[in-house]
Ligand binder design. Structure first.
Ligand code: 4GX
Length: 265
C-alpha cells in the first residue's frame, strides 16, 4: 500500500516512520510512504503557500494553487488515488474505517495548517474528510500519522503472523483484558493467581470477564454493539454485584475515616 503525504512540515514524519514496526514495514516494502512538501509547488519566487482570509478575520488560509498542483502531480502517477483531508470537521475515524481504508492501494493525505485550506481545495480535490477526535491539533500531520499507523498494522505481514487475533478483540468491540509479566510480586502488588494456575480454561474465562468489566466500567457504550454469549451475560451480572459490594466497602471506609476526622467548628 502506498501513502502520499502533502504537508508544509515534512520533517515531522522522519522518526515515526523510521522506527519500529512502521520502519520495518517500509524496509520490507509492505508500505511505501512519500512525503511531499507543498511549498515546492508554490508558483511565486517567495514560495508563498498561505494568505489572509477573504472577508477578514484572524489567521491565514492555505492557498489553493500549490495544493492543487501537488495533488495533480501525485495523481498523474495514479488517477485512482483517494484524497483524504485531516480536519476536526471530518468523519470520526475508527477501527472500522481503518479496516476499510486498508483495502485501498493508494491514499493521499492532505495535512492542513493555520485556519485550514481554501474551500475550493475541498470542493475540487478532497474525496473524504477524517477527524481523529474532538480536539484541535496544530496541524493535520499528527492526525495523518495516526491514520497511517492504524491502517498499516492491519496490512498482511506488518505485525507478526500471530497477531490477527488482536484485531478480534476490537472486532468484538470489547476493551482488552489486563496483562501482567514478571515479577510476580511488585512491592506487594501481586499477579492474579489464576494466571499462574496453568488452567487454560480458567484463564480464558478470567480474561473474558475482566474484558467485560473494563468495558462496562470505562466504555459502556461499546457493550451495546457487542455480541454477548449467555456466559458473558452471567459474567456481567457478577461484575455488577461485585461493583456494588466494592462501592459499599468504599463507603464504609469513607465513613470510618469521617468518624475519625475532627470537623473544626
Ligand atoms: N483530526 N487539525 C487540521 C487545520 C484546520 C483548521 C481549521 C480545518 C479547519 C485534526 C483532528 C486537527 C488541526 C488538523 C487544524 N483545518 N485533524 N488543522 N482533530 O485538529 O484531524
Amino acid at each position: 500500500m502506498r501513502f502520499d503525504i502533502l504537508t508544509l512540515f515534512p520533517g515531522m514524519f522522519s522518526s515515526p516512520f523510521g522506527e519500529s514496526i512502521l520502519g520495518r514495514a517500509i524496509e520490507k516494502g509492505l508500505i511505501q510512504i512519500r512525503i511531499i512538501n507543498i511549498r515546492d509547488f508554490a508558483l511565486d519566487k517567495h514560495q508563498v503557500v498561505d494568505d489572509a482570509p477573504y472577508g477578514g478575520g484572524q489567521g491565514m488560509v492555505m492557498k489553493v494553487e500549490p495544493i492543487a498542483r501537488a495533488i495533480e502531480q501525485v495523481k498523474s502517477g495514479d488517477a485512482s488515488a483517494r484524497v483524504i483531508y485531516l480536519t476536526p470537521q471530518g468523519r470520526p475515524f475508527d477501527q472500522e474505517r481503518a479496516r476499510e481504508l486498508a483495502s485501498y492501494p493508494r491514499l493521499i493525505l492532505l495535512c492542513g495548517r493555520y485556519e485550514g485550506v481554501d474551500e475550493r481545495v475541498r470542493d475540487r480535490f478532497v474525496d473524504e474528510e477524517i477527524s481523529i477526535g474532538d480536539y484541535v491539533l496544530t496541524g493535520g500531520e499528527l492526525a495523518a500519522m495516526v491514520v497511517i499507523d492504524a491502517i498499516s498494522r492491519l496490512l498482511p505481514g506488518v505485525l507478526g503472523s500471530d497477531r490477527s487475533a488482536v484485531e478480534d478483540s476490537f472486532f468484538n468491540s470489547l476493551l482488552e483484558y489486563p496483562q501482567y509479566t514478571r515479577p510476580f510480586d511488585f512491592k506487594g502488588s501481586l499477579v492474579p493467581e489464576v494466571l499462574i494456575s496453568g488452567n487454560h480454561q480458567s484463564i480464558a474465562q478470567w480474561r473474558r470477564k475482566e474484558a467485560l468489566r473494563r468495558t462496562w466500567l470505562q466504555r459502556p457504550d461499546l457493550l451495546e454493539k457487542a455480541r454477548l454469549s449467555p456466559e458473558d451475560r452471567r459474567f456481567l451480572g457478577e461484575i455488577k454485584k461485585e461493583n456494588c459490594k466494592s462501592q459499599m466497602a468504599d463507603r464504609e471506609l469513607e465513613n470510618h475515616r469521617a468518624e475519625k476526622t475532627e470537623i473544626p467548628n
